[in-house]
Design a protein around this ligand. Structure first.
Ligand code: HEC
Ligand code: HEC
Ligand code: HEC
Ligand code: HEC
Length: 499
């Protein structure tokens, strides 16, 4: 009797297992046959809508990147005027483009619009004009790999931003991350491949899971423009400073050794570094990276529609999608998880703001010391301290998401910055006393963005007018030229006999 029951149970279990297996196989073949190619996608196809014809689900979710309604405590897809929110930054960036205009972007869909609109790219009147090099387009569009293939890499970086305005029109998209034939993830930006080479690593050996972060590391990283590349001196060649490592200290040493600076500070004359957005570097130091969680796991989680599981291409703050993002791994309530994120951000911000205050003071006190006749020799070590302290502040502030991606490292970097900034101010107090100034240096009124910009002497009206002229004169020409070019690109239907 016992054996008979066991026998029947076994048969039932085997039968059920069989059903399960066949349903899995069916699902798999369903997934495979889901993509009936409609068009042939050529090697350099930059148009997202062309790719979208073959992959409608991914494309539909991708189109949601145009949504700008979500705001979290410090992120989201709404546009934020960072200078308005925190006018101290105008002083920190005096003499540099970010003092004119610093908006926290709205996301991939707006990458092209936002770079056209920012006052940092100025109001070029035609090719050869304007403050920025062509290199500034590199992280904005799948037209970039297309142009690099057509012209060459160094040739792409050469010249002004305005020289190729008519060429770069499609916002960040499919060709940036995918191979058109296999749809495998691929690296299209040479700077990342070259940075791996410089570290003695081969990016082709990256695992599939690593690739789910490395596609993002093409753009969400620290970089600079190397103008001293042998053979092409003067070309602003996009380079990641990773040779000694990715920590705040390793990259600082890299820059110090080559005496690189992004600009000279207008008030303190310190040789400054602008941290771009070391998002990938800081993420690597966090617990999620340590456990093998990739950028895509949180920012591009799986989504289901009609029994079909696919990757959500709406790249956004995961706080707008906690269920698909965090709750795949964490059992806590959404509110709890959101609170966890905000707590880390609020705590990091506390020290970030303290450091900003010290930096503003040290720039202005250094300005006072120059005014009173300080010598280069007397100022040297002070200016290096200011450089290092602000680099730490920026490394933590500009690495979007770092206070959550890696709260302990972010706190460490800010703590280091506080210490270096204090040292600069102790030296400044001593120097000012030597120069006969024994009082507190008066601070300007920088309570609003306008007041701060006025203090550093920016002619905002002129900058805004130049931008308006660019938008009414040159930009429509770019768009017209681009349309003529793209109209000539074919859309090749897959012929039925070919299949
Ligand atoms: C464990 C989940 C997780 C991983 C892994 C992760 N992120 Fe994030 N990321 C977040 C959260 C949560 C935020 C905070 C969002 C907010 O403040 O609204 C965030 C913020 C960001 C932001 C700022 C977004 C905004 O709206 O302000 C960017 C950009 C970003 N992450 C990129 C990346 C990149 C690139 C990687 C990989 C190198 C990565 N993230 C890995 C969860 C993650
Ligand atoms: C080709 C360059 C490029 C690649 C590749 C790229 N990004 Fe971005 N990303 C950008 C730029 C530029 C912005 C800011 C655009 C703007 O708002 O104007 C941005 C913005 C974002 C934001 C903020 C969006 C928001 O609305 O809050 C998130 C999150 C983000 N990226 C995550 C990722 C992740 C995750 C990956 C990899 C799967 C990735 N990005 C790959 C260039 C890139
Ligand atoms: C910022 C990088 C990035 C961009 C831009 C991007 N993808 Fe993806 N895509 C990914 C990642 C990451 C995956 C997950 C791949 C994996 O794990 O193998 C993926 C997966 C896919 C897949 C495989 C099936 C699936 O859903 O998982 C398809 C098809 C796809 N993407 C189509 C597109 C199309 C079409 C576009 C443009 C409209 C696009 N992708 C833009 C990063 C990107
Ligand atoms: C793919 C799985 C995975 C995803 C997705 C994921 N986590 Fe985690 N998370 C982990 C693992 C693993 C740890 C390490 C702790 C552990 O092993 O229990 C961790 C740790 C944490 C911690 C504690 C570490 C710290 O930073 O102090 C928090 C908070 C956290 N996750 C929040 C989130 C939030 C919020 C999201 C969504 C934006 C998220 N996680 C998405 C796997 C994940």
């Amino acid at each position: 009797m016992k054996n008979k029951i066991l026998f029947i149970v076994t048969i039932v279990v085997v039968f059920l297992l069989g059903l399960l297996a066949s349903s899995i196989i069916n699902r798999k073949s369903e997934a495979k046959y889901k993509y009936v190619p409609q068009v042939e996608i050529s090697e350099n196809e930059p148009r997202n809508e062309e790719w979208g014809k073959n992959y409608p689900r991914e494309y539909q979710s991708f189109l949601q990147n145009s949504d700008t309604s979500f705001a979290s405590f410090q992120g989201g897809s709404v546009m934020r005027d960072v200078l308005e929110e925190d006018p101290r930054l105008v002083v920190l960036f005096a003499g540099y483009g970010f003092s004119k205009d610093y908006n926290q972007g709205r996301g991939h869909f707006y990458a092209i619009d936002d770079i056209r609109n920012t006052l940092r790219t100025g109001g070029p009147k035609g090719p050869g004009d304007g403050p920025m090099p062509a290199t500034c387009w590199t992280c904005k569009s799948p037209d970039v790999p297309r142009l690099m293939n057509e012209k060459g890499i160094a040739e792409f970086y050469d010249g002004k931003w305005a020289d190729i305005g008519a060429e770069i029109v499609n916002p960040i998209g499919c060709a940036d991350c995918h191979d058109p034939n296999s749809m495998k993830l691929r690296i299209t930006r040479p700077a990342l491949v070259e940075a791996f080479d410089a570290m003695g690593k081969d990016i082709n050996k990256a695992t599939h899971q690593e690739m789910r972060s490395l596609v993002c590391a093409q753009c969400h990283v620290e970089y600079y423009f190397d103008k001293k590349k042998p053979g092409i001196e003067g070309t602003p060649y996009l380079t990641f400073p990773w040779k000694n490592g990715m920590s705040v200290e390793a990259m600082e040493t890299y820059y110090d050794e080559m005496e690189f600076s992004d600009w000279t500070h207008q008030i303190s004359k310190a040789p400054m570094l602008k941290a771009q957005h070391p998002g990938y570097e800081t993420y690597l130091t966090g617990v999620h990276a340590d456990r093998g969680v990739s950028c895509a796991d949180c920012h591009m989680p799986y989504k289901s529609e009609g029994g079909q599981k696919f990757t959500d291409h709406h790249l956004q703050s995961p706080l707008n999608n906690v269920a698909n993002s965090c709750q795949v791994c964490h059992r806590q309530e959404a509110d709890k998880l959101r609170t966890n994120v905000y707590e880390r951000q609020i705590k990091a911000r506390e020290n970030r703001l303290k450091l900003e205050d010290l930096l503003v003071k040290s720039h202005i006190e250094a300005g006072k010391a120059w005014e009173l006749g300080a010598t280069e020799e007397q100022m040297k070590s002070i200016l290096i301290d200011i450089r290092h302290a602000q680099w730490r502040w920026d490394y933590a502030a500009a690495s979007h998401g770092a206070s959550f991606h890696s709260p302990v490292e972010t706190a460490r970097v800010l703590g280091g910055g506080l210490n270096v900034a204090q040292e600069a101010r102790v030296k400044l107090a001593r120097l000012l006393a030597t120069l006969g100034f024994n009082k507190e240096v008066p601070m300007p009124d920088i309570a609003s963005k306008e007041k701060a910009q006025d203090f550093i002497g920016l002619d905002m009206e002129k900058l805004i007018k130049e931008k308006e002229e660019f938008k009414t004169n040159l930009l429509p020409q770019w768009l017209k030229e681009a349309k003529i070019r793209e109209d000539k690109m074919e859309s090749k239907k897959v012929s039925m006999t070919n299949k």
